[in-house]
Design a protein. Structure first.
Ligand SMILES: Nc1ncnc2c1ncn2[C@@H]1O[C@H](COP(=O)(O)OP(=O)(O)OP(=O)(O)O)[C@@H](O)[C@H]1O
Length: 454
């Protein structure tokens, strides 16, 4: 165990306009701290704090470019407290500024360090501040580490779901890599988080990467990190997701979308359990449990040489397949009621009742978009429902899930055309009355009729 366990996991930002101070602090801290950033110009703080989350900010009280009253320091404490309330602030002050340091403490700083500092003393102070902060708000220190990851409840009492829950309980604590298969919206993300939550790594980081949304060009820098100068925009060293997930769980979502050349790189990191940041030659050991997920037919892809078999074997020490919603029997109703209650509360509406024809419609629908589609349909129903009991018409199942876009447009146009014809027939060809019933102007109705004629 490291003598400074909190420092080891922390992300620290150093702000001082003296480059020598920044350099010597960074040299001292880098070997001991997970992430160290330095910033010369305090004006950049608001931007930096929006982009990144820090556990501790070491802030100088005086800046030469400004009036030397120490008020700049106090001003910046107040800004940090607003923009990054989770971060502890430690002030750097000159010996003569002790009164000011005391004011800084009153304004919310956690401690102060007097320049010139003694290295051991500085490290002790930072470690102590980080420890106190963790005890206070129960957050563990690395950016992504929380006592437990936030997980939606896994609802379902069908046999398939009960057996899934049992399997998760059994495999979560094993540390084996897990591949989760299943159609879109079946709950792969929820299950990945649950596995982390029930694992021995629960207090360590859970880091999720959507590989489907990651452009090929960013794959390496995002996953493996980079060293300052590795490419034009690499202004600072940055750890990748593997390093950030160190000692925790890395969730590789949409792993089936990774192109072959990147698959080789991923495989090599998983085999060697170390990453080399872009622009560096020094390997960094990483201890991560990898949970991955995909809705692609990954085994078929392997037979077609579109996915590496050896990579599958690294990922699927254990494998889970989530059943589609249409195979979960009455779970559809449990989930529907769960989402109706959830959204009724969110939108401050009464919980609509689900019975009769609406219930039948729900039971008979196939849910190609699975739980996500059901969730959206229930949210919409809560917003649109006009009575206490839902009607079948209140249940809108997205055609997007079932019909390709071109066909949808044609279908909508057909629906519109037949509705217009029916209304005109009903009014025996009286365009004024038909337009009124349709809620459009006569001109608009004529334009529609022209369009259908052409
Ligand atoms: N069993 C469940 N109980 C409650 N909510 C669920 C359940 N399964 C899924 N959900 C909810 O449905 C939505 C979709 O789930 P999730 O994102 O986990 O699916 P996914 O399989 O990862 O989808 P994709 O393949 O598109 O990434 C989420 O809002 C999730 O909270």
């Amino acid at each position: 165990m490291s003598a400074q366990p909190h420092l080891k996991k922390a992300a620290i930002l150093l702000v001082d306009d003296d480059p020598d101070v920044l350099l010597s602090m960074a040299l001292l801290l880098r070997p001991l701290v997970a992430t160290v950033r330095t910033e010369k110009n305090p004006e950049r703080l608001p931007n930096l704090l929006k982009q990144e989350r820090f556990d501790l900010i070491l802030l100088d009280m005086n800046y030469q470019s400004m009036v030397n009253t120490g008020n700049e320091g106090l001003y910046w404490i107040s800004q940090v407290r607003k923009l990054a309330p989770q971060a502890a602030v430690v002030m750097l002050t000159a010996y003569a500024d002790i009164d000011l340091a005391v004011r800084a403490l009153k304004d919310g700083a956690s401690d102060f360090v007097v320049k010139p500092w003694r290295n051991e003393k500085l490290l002790d102070s930072l470690e102590e501040v980080l420890g106190r902060r963790q005890a206070r708000d129960g957050t563990s220190l690395p950016r992504h580490a929380r006592p437990s990851v936030s997980v939606s409840p896994l609802i379902g009492e069908s046999e398939a779901m009960q057996s899934l829950r049992y399997t998760i309980e059994k495999i979560a604590p094993t540390d084996a890599n897990i591949l989760i298969l299943g159609e879109n919206g079946t709950g792969k993300d929820v299950v990945a988080r649950l596995i982390h939550q029930q694992s021995n790594r629960t207090h360590e980081p859970f880091v999720a990467v959507d590989l489907g949304a990651l452009p090929e060009t960013l794959f390496e820098s995002e996953l493996f990190g980079y060293q300052k100068g590795a490419f034009t925009d690499a202004r600072q060293d940055r750890p990748g997701r593997f390093e950030t997930a160190h000692t925790g769980t890395l969730f590789l979502d949409e792993v089936g979308n990774v192109p072959l050349p990147q698959q080789a790189k991923l495989l090599s990191v998983l085999q060697n359990r170390q990453v080399v940041r872009l622009g560096s030659t020094i390997p960094v050991a990483v201890d991560v449990r990898v949970v991955s997920a995909t809705n692609m037919p990954i085994y078929q892809m392997a037979t077609e040489n579109r996915f590496r078999k050896d990579l599958i074997y690294r990922l699927n020490t254990l494998e889970l397949t989530l059943p589609p919603l249409r195979e979960r029997g009455d779970d559809v109703l449990l989930l529907a009621r769960h989402f109706l209650t959830l959204y009724a509360e969110k939108y401050s509406k009464p919980v609509p009742q689900l019975e009769g024809r609406a219930l039948t419609r729900l039971k008979n629908y196939g849910f190609p978009g699975n739980v996500r589609e059901l969730q959206h349909a229930m949210e919409r129903a809560v917003i649109m429902a006009e009575a206490d009991v839902l009607r079948p018409e209140d249940l809108f199942f997205s055609p997007v899930e079932t019909v390709p876009p071109a066909e949808q447009t044609t279908r909508l146009a057909e629906l519109e055309k037949s509705t217009i014809n029916k209304v005109i027939e009903k009014h025996h060809g009286n365009i004024t009355k038909a337009a009124k019933e349709l809620g459009i102007t006569r001109m608009a109705l004529y334009r529609r009729l022209d369009k259908y004629d052409s």
